[in-house]
Design a binder for this molecule. Sequence first.
Ligand SMILES: C[S@@+](CC[C@H](N)C(=O)[O-])C[C@H]1O[C@@H](n2cnc3c(N)ncnc32)[C@H](O)[C@@H]1O
Length: 222
Amino acid sequence: VLEEEAHWIRTVLDELPDDAFPLLNLGSGARAVRERNEPYADRLIFQPLAARGVRVIHADIKAAEGVDVVLDFTSATDRATLAGRVGPVRTIACSNVLEHLSISPADAAAHLLDMCPGSCFVIVTVPKRFGYHPDPVDNGFRPTADELATLFSGSVVLRKADVRGPILAVVQASYQGWLRYLVRVLMPFYKPHVWWGQVTWFWRRAEVACVLVRKDEPGADS
Ligand SMILES: C[S@@+](CC[C@H](N)C(=O)[O-])C[C@H]1O[C@@H](n2cnc3c(N)ncnc32)[C@H](O)[C@@H]1O
C-alpha cells in the first residue's frame, strides 16, 4: 500500500459508522509488512482503528506472524466457512490483491461481496500505474477507479478515486533501497520480466484505483 493510498483508506474508514465493523483486512500480508516495511499503513489505518476500539481481522492465503486467519477467498469452501471461524464481518478491505489472482477481477469482486452476510462495505484498491510485480502471479489488471467501480455495478459505489503516489523509481527504492535499485537497473538480463516491471514508467507517478462500495441486504431500504 502506498502512503497516499493509506490516507485515502483512512479517510473512508473514518466515515464508516461503528456498526460497520469488524473489518476483514483481506490479503493483509505479515505484520512486518504493515508495521515495519510500510509503517504509515499501521499509523494511518490500523492504529486509529485500534484507538476506536473496533475489531480488525487480518486474513491472508499465506500463514505469517500477524495473520489471524489463513484463507483463500477464491475458494468457495473458505468463503463459506469464514463466518464460522471469525464471526460476521461488516467491512472488507482488500488492497493490492486483485492483480495477483488467477481468477477474473469480476469473479473476485463477486466473491468479496459474497463474503459478508447481509449488508456490508467493501474497500478495494488495485494499482493503476505500476510495473509487473508477481506475488506469485501478476495478471496485468490495472484498472482506473471507474473501471474498478463497474465490477460492483450491483452495489452502491460511495466513493472512487485514482490516487497518485510518488514517482515509481522512489516507490521501488523504498522497497529495496536506492543502491540495490540502481544496481538492479543495470541488470536487465536477470529475470527480464521482473526487471522491466521495476523500471517501467520509473519517472512517472504511481497510481492506485480505489473504491468504496456498499452492498445492501436484498429487500432493505437504502
Ligand atoms: C501485494 S500484497 C498486498 C498486501 C497489503 N494488502 C497491501 O496493500 O500492502 C498481496 C497479498 O494478497 C495475498 N493473497 C493473494 N491471493 C490471495 C487469496 N486468494 N486469498 C487471500 N489472500 C491472497 C498475498 O499472499 C499477499 O499477502
